[in-house]
Design a protein around this ligand. Structure first.
Ligand SMILES: Nc1nc2c(ncn2[C@@H]2O[C@H](COP(=O)(O)OP(=O)(O)O)[C@@H](O)[C@H]2O)c(=O)[nH]1
Ligand SMILES: [Mg+2]
Length: 473
């Protein structure tokens, strides 16, 4: 590299820094993190939120919108050149175009900048003019948050925990093949790359199978959501029994790759992305877990506790050292509430609250405000009430994903007391005692949007008010 390039590099950096300064001085930026385990509904949430902030006809609970103070809204090139852009237009046309369908699933981090031109509220409106507020929406897999505990664990500690977890009755069936392979392995023998790959593949297959059956807590997160790291040596390791791990041994190699994974994958994510977030929404497919059964609900609760621990301050030395600012607001939202008649939404909200309650009570979040709610980012159903054997049933109706036909569904009655679900989940029961919960996949409905209206949703406006409303002044 010649001296010209070096100088160029330096000046460009200076420009970037001064850009940053003027921006923070005059135009506030809110970094809104959107996370959740895969299929929780992140892509649909962001797409619908952005569409409904661009066209605010369905956002009455967002006060700045209902007071008419949002003068304009527009998408901008996002400021982080190294992060892929959230493919808003593509996802929106999938969901609301002709023959509407759900967007393709995404497997890595992405980002989008939405800017709002906001007039000040009340008395201020006479003396201050409108200003621009930037909202940087960051979409990242919740699986990646499950990696935080690794930062404080050695390879041996992590291995021990992971092997013990895999032997639990709820997981053993998925882990059988990997555990059998592990029996035959001597971690002190010389590294044999094909064998190493076989072990890593069997371990990954176990994590995936557990995940597909509805279980949640499966670290390392990149094994399930590799992003652009698929197949790289940083992901070619697996837990091993304790040993001396001499030079060139399998054990030594895996321990080193584990450390590389921490320093090269986990740390940069927390440093470059997570530590900069101001507001966070954690999306949760609670209905999916309830449908999958008590063990899935128990697992979801554990995963949420792990996710929550990332927002605690003080407890985790690694994170406290990284964090420049603390997250100010955290919303836990049960998604896909359009699978339930609105009579059941309070029960779903209560379950969502209870799922995060124990973790929430234990932690201090340095003043972070938290809330729980049930929402649907894109409403795919309409409600219907029918009588059946002298009882009235509250149903939802929509177009089935499987057949394309219209169908009405009764998902079962959620208990008003969340303990009815959480107790059996804690006790590791195999099935719900006196209830069954159905869930059907619905396709997004055909909608013809009025000018000024975004896509139909449930409580997305309330979520937006909680997450950013106070900053739109
Ligand atoms: N009925 C309904 N289904 C939803 C909603 N949001 C997400 N889904 C379903 O959940 C799936 C996963 O959503 P997606 O946003 O891709 O999840 P991600 O993996 O967290 O980004 C979608 O393909 C839909 O089937 C919603 O608001 N209503
Ligand atoms: Mg996604």
């Amino acid at each position: 590299m010649g001296i010209g390039t070096l100088i160029d590099g330096v000046t460009r950096q200076v420009e970037l820094i001064s850009d940053g300064v003027s921006e923070t001085l005059f135009e506030p930026v809110i970094r809104l993190g959107v996370t959740g385990l895969s299929r929780a509904g992140k892509t649909v949430f962001i797409t619908s939120l952005v569409a409904n902030l661009l066209d605010r006809g369905r956002m009455p609970a967002l006060q700045a919108a209902s007071q008419g103070r949002i003068e304009s809204a527009f998408l901008q090139p996002q400021p982080d050149d190294l992060v892929p852009r959230f493919e808003y237009e593509k996802h929106l046309s999938a969901m609301t175009g002709p023959n509407p369908h759900w967007p393709e699933s995404t497997r890595a981090i992405s980002q989008l900048r939405l800017s709002l031109r906001v007039a000040p509220a009340g008395v201020l409106s006479a003396i201050k003019s409108a200003r621009t507020v930037h909202i940087d929406i960051v979409d990242y897999p919740g699986e990646w948050l499950l990696d935080l505990p690794l930062m404080e664990q050695s390879f041996e500690q992590w291995s021990q925990g992971a092997i013990a977890l895999a032997q639990k009755p709820s997981r053993a069936p998925f882990a059988a093949e990997w555990l059998a392979l592990l029996e035959l392995v001597d971690p002190e023998v010389e590294l044999d790359e094909p064998q190493a790959q076989k072990l890593a593949a069997a371990f990954t297959a176990y994590l995936q199978a557990a995940r597909e059956s509805g279980l949640s807590a499966c670290a390392p997160g990149r094994f399930l959501m590799p992003g652009d790291l698929a197949g790289s040596p940083a992901l070619t390791f697996a837990p091993l029994p304790a040993g001396k791990y001499p030079r060139n041994s399998l054990g030594r190699a895996f321990a080193r790759r584990y450390e590389t994974y921490k320093s090269g994958v986990v740390r940069p994510f927390f440093r470059d992305h997570f530590s900069r977030i101001d507001r966070q929404v954690v999306l949760v497919d609670a209905l999916g877990a309830i449908h999958a059964g008590p063990q899935a609900v128990g697992d979801l609760r554990d995963a949420l506790a792990d996710i929550l621990s990332c927002f605690k301050t003080g407890r985790n030395g690694f994170l406290s050292a990284l964090r420049g600012k603390s997250v100010e607001r955290i919303l836990f939202a049960a998604t896909k509430a359009d699978h339930l008649h609105h009579h059941q939404h309070p029960a779903l909200t209560a379950i969502m609250g209870a799922l995060v309650r124990s973790a929430r009570d234990k932690a201090t979040y340095q003043g972070a405000q938290t809330d729980a709610m049930a929402l649907a980012s894109l409403r795919a159903t309409v409600e219907e009430t029918r009588s059946h054997d002298g009882e009235t049933l509250d149903l939802v109706r929509g177009k089935l994903l499987s057949t394309g036909k219209q169908a009405a569904m009764y998902p079962g009655r959620l208990p008003e007391d969340p303990a009815v679900l959480l107790k059996p989940a804690e006790q590791g029961a195999e099935r719900w005692l006196d209830n069954d919960y159905a869930i059907m996949g619905f396709a997004p409905a055909e909608v013809s949007l009025k000018a000024g209206d975004g896509p139909p949703h449930i409580r997305l406006d309330r979520a937006a008010e909680f997450l950013i409303g106070d900053r739109l002044i």
